[in-house]
Ligand binder design. Structure first.
Ligand code: 5RP
Length: 262
């Protein structure tokens, strides 16, 4: 294993590397956003350059699009692709049903659209992302800027009747100014501590005017590839009910490991 990578980065890397095995020649592939997804994009780029893998990549953010182009992946938009064979993306939390919290990187809207338009969604995550109950990680929701404070008040009022422990929310900032998503919206992070009924909460939040989408991914993920700091990986398939275990050895190469800033 690498002396350079922290155990968390090594876990993210091996999850991404193992997930790259899901991608076959000719596939249209949804490319997630975040540091784990960035490893995946790098791994796929290497396969494109060195092994002649031919894929079309549909990125879920402007930064993933830039990275994918950089590493030589043929990038197309979702409208051109229409439907995808697979989407591979990171997550902030996943539970035993493979329901997720996503949006830590602010790309949840495109991520959910792209994952939903795919035959299968594979999540790549380090083992630290596994939880018994979703909600320790603040739940991101994307809201339109118009009247966002009113939307926030409506969301907090709605949370009173929901099975959650915490109820306050914060506007995500980018330094001194509000964060803007690629769609020009804001993100509210909901500090819920524990979500008793994620399915109900996901439905109710999306009923509130001003809420564009929430970061709960319910019944969207088909498999999770879990990475460990020592190079072990587990592939858990929710449909087949199977768990495959493996151990990856890797050698750092300049191409894959240099300048990874995401
Ligand atoms: C971005 C996301 C990411 O997948 C999530 O935040 C995990 O990121 P990382 O792989 O950097 O831990 O949902 O919107």
């Amino acid at each position: 294993m690498s002396g350079e990578l922290s155990p968390i980065d090594a876990a993210k890397f091996v999850a991404a590397k193992r997930a790259a095995d899901f991608v076959e020649d000719g596939m249209r592939v949804g490319l997630g956003t975040g540091s784990t997804a960035a490893w995946l994009v790098r791994c796929l780029g290497e396969l494109v350059r060195d092994n002649g893998l031919r894929i079309k990549g549909v990125p879920t953010s402007t930064r993933t699009a830039a990275l994918a182009r950089d590493v030589g992946i043929d990038v197309i938009g979702l409208d051109e692709a229409k439907w995808l064979d697979i989407t591979i993306d990171g997550a902030d939390e996943f539970n035993g049903d493979l329901n997720l919290i996503k949006g830590g990187g602010g790309a949840l809207l495109q991520e959910k659209i792209v994952a939903t338009a795919s035959d299968q969604m594979v999540v790549i995550a380090d083992i630290g992302k596994e939880v018994e109950h979703l909600g320790s990680f603040p739940l991101p929701i994307e809201v339109i800027p118009f009247g966002w404070q009113t939307t926030q008040a409506l969301v907090e009022e709605t949370l009173i009747s929901m099975d959650v422990l915490g109820r306050n929310s914060t506007l995500r900032m980018n330094g001194e100014v509000p964060f803007f998503t690629d769609e020009g919206n804001h993100i509210l992070d909901l500090h819920l501590a524990r979500i008793g009924n994620p399915r109900q909460l996901a439905l109710v939040l999306n009923q509130i005017p001003g809420v564009v989408e929430n970061g709960l991914f319910i019944d969207i993920c088909d498999a999770v590839v879990v990475g460990f700091g020592d190079g072990r990986v587990e592939v858990r398939d929710i449909n087949g009910g199977t768990v495959e275990r493996d151990k990856l050895d890797f050698v750092e190469t300049d191409n894959l490991f240099s300048d990874l800033s995401d």
